[in-house]
Design a protein around this ligand. Sequence first.
Ligand code: NKO
Length: 213
Amino acid sequence: SLYLFGIVILAYLFGSIPTAVWFGQAFYGVDVREYGSGNAGATNTFRVLGKKAGIIVMFVDIFKGWTATNLPYLLDSEIVGASDSIHFVNFQLALGVIAVLGHLFPVFAGFRGGKGVATLFGMVIAIQPLAALCCVTVFLVCLIITHYVSLSSISAGFTFPISLALIIKTTVPSVMLYAIAICILILITHQKNIERLLKGKESKIYLFKKSTK
Ligand code: NKO
């Protein structure tokens, strides 16, 4: 229906908000895509503009994913009555993935966006908080040990379907398929990072080292 179409467009527009690009341009006069990894994400904002900017961009990008996934609730729609049904969860997952596609290909920033990690995390928080906890734990442990954000994102991506299967014991095929697709999507957006990791040329991020910026 027209209503569903409208919600899908809204999810894409939310995901399309190019937080890293706009934040850098507004407060530092810099397009972060011209420096560092060239990515319009929280990590590259941290790398180029410093800790404070990176953390703000991270929270806004997570919030984007959470908001898009919860649009049916936030708009107080009639579908909410059917919120227990698996169709509703599938619809929420679809909205989250559409927001991530907006983040990857933002209409407001020349279709050159980020890698979708924070936005996906917002979606997972909205749909399955326990899986989100598993993902963020693996992300942080990997980051503290290796200092590679990309490797931590990929590890957290694998953790999503694995935690659904082993800890939450999801038996819904469509949800597992979404989770596996999301894991593959993270691998695809991190292709260049994987090449750099294999060559030993990936840049490291030190969370608790005094920022030079
Ligand atoms: O510039 O190519 P780069 O080195 O920047 O960036 C690589 C990086 C891109 O991603 C980001 C976003 C980082 C946000 C981290 C905060 C999220 C904390 C929890 C992560 C859990 C991920 C869950 C995925 C769910 C499927 O990778």
